[in-house]
Design a protein around this ligand. Structure first.
Ligand code: CUA
Length: 375
């Protein structure tokens, strides 16, 4: 009895906690894309059938329990099987399964057939422990932990992984699909409304699986073109001797082996693909001690909404804390385990960490820049 009460209390608290988050950024009910909408409707359809079955079956059990409960010591009539009943309760579930199967199969067809690549936006999404890499092969743009999409556009996401199994999921737009190393899966998605959405890894992939997130920023067509332009625009030149410039030198000396920061340059895209591939190869050779590992591209990091793959708001205080000790925010990052600045003999001073943070936050497309490169 005690355990029943305890379970009841936990369940009630859980319901209460869910009611407390009106935003519910990872709820699959407030959908903003046709794929998520289709999945939600399929779920609700099945759910209401299950509710009807539940009420009939539970109602029957409760009714019969009371109607035929023990009233005297007479033995009830003993029966062995009832052919009519057996046939009825075999046929009814079979019919229910067929009713559910039809829209399910139709939905599978609808989401599995990819639109024409020529007329769609193709994005390559790669899972890493524990962050997401996004590449736009046609546009030659690369970013990390932030997927930028134009509204009302067919998008084909080509999904893979560079280490273990992950899963790509944007609850309000579409999902989920496994990210498998050495294999490409394709997911069709489309976003209806401009806005900020949450993405989440949905396959247990190691110690901070739950903290492997990303943000999806859906733009109007015009804003999306602006974003593409921004990604090809260099940041402003730093004043020599400024904290930002000192931070740049420290970053180049200590961090740029793994983090690219200048993919706005012409030709940088192919270079980044090679670099990231080589980093992966290095890491595979010696997973414990390699000095180089694949790491998020930090081009225009100052524009990012979050840091640590969707974990903290991207601001100066959080960034300083992150560089000081990423383990305090996200246990087990490769940065903490592999970067030389965390070795006892090579630690940075607080001032140096602050300079790096200032430098990273200065990485934004320059408004004065005339050096925009156009493909
Ligand atoms: Cu990546 Cu869970």
């Amino acid at each position: 009895m005690k355990s029943v009460i305890r379970t009841g209390i936990i369940f009630a608290l859980l319901l209460f906690a869910m009611a407390c988050s009106p935003d519910s950024p990872q709820s699959t009910f407030g959908t903003h894309g046709p794929v998520a909408e289709l999945q939600k409707n399929l779920f609700l359809f099945t759910f209401w059938i299950a509710v009807v079955v539940f009420i009939i079956v539970e109602g029957g059990i409760i009714y019969l329990t009371f109607k035929y409960r023990k009233k005297d010591n007479k033995l009830p009539v003993q029966t062995h099987g009832n052919l009519k009943l057996e046939i009825t309760w075999t046929i009814i579930p079979a019919i229910i399964i067929v009713i559910i199967a039809v829209p399910t199969v139709l939905a599978i067809w609808e989401t599995q057939v990819m639109p024409n690549e020529e007329e769609s936006l193709v994005v390559e999404a790669t899972g890493h422990q524990w962050w997401f890499e996004f590449k736009y092969p046609t546009e030659e743009v690369v970013t990390a932990n932030e997927l930028h999409l134009p509204e009302d556009t067919d998008v084909i996401v080509k999904i893979t992984s560079q280490d273990v199994l992950h899963s790509f999921w944007i609850p309000k737009i579409a999902g989920k699909l496994d990210m498998v190393p050495n294999h490409e899966n394709q997911l069709y998605i489309k976003a209806d409304d401009p806005g900020l959405y949450y993405g989440q890894c949905a396959e247990f992939c190691g110690i901070v699986h739950a903290m492997m997130r990303f943000r999806v920023i859906v733009h109007t067509q015009e804003d999306y073109q602006q974003w593409l332009n921004d990604m090809r625009t260099p940041p402003a030149k730093l004043v020599s001797g400024s904290d930002e410039d000192e931070g740049r030198k420290l970053f180049v000396g200590n961090c740029s082996m793994c983090h690219t920061y200048d993919s706005y340059k012409k030709g940088a895209y192919t270079k980044e693909i090679d670099s990231q591939y080589n980093r992966w190869e290095e890491w595979k050779k010696d997973k414990e001690n390699s000095a180089i590992v694949s790491a998020p591209n930090l081009t225009h990091f100052g524009e990012r909404v979050t840091l640590g793959a969707g974990i903290k708001e991207n601001n100066y205080d959080n960034l300083v804390k992150w560089i000081e000790n990423p383990d305090k925010i996200k246990l087990g990052t490769r940065m903490k385990n592999h970067a030389s600045i965390y070795r006892d003999d090579n630690q940075l001073s607080t001032e140096q960490i602050e300079q790096i943070a200032k430098y990273l936050l200065s990485l934004k497309p320059s408004t004065e820049s005339s050096a925009t490169y156009n493909k």
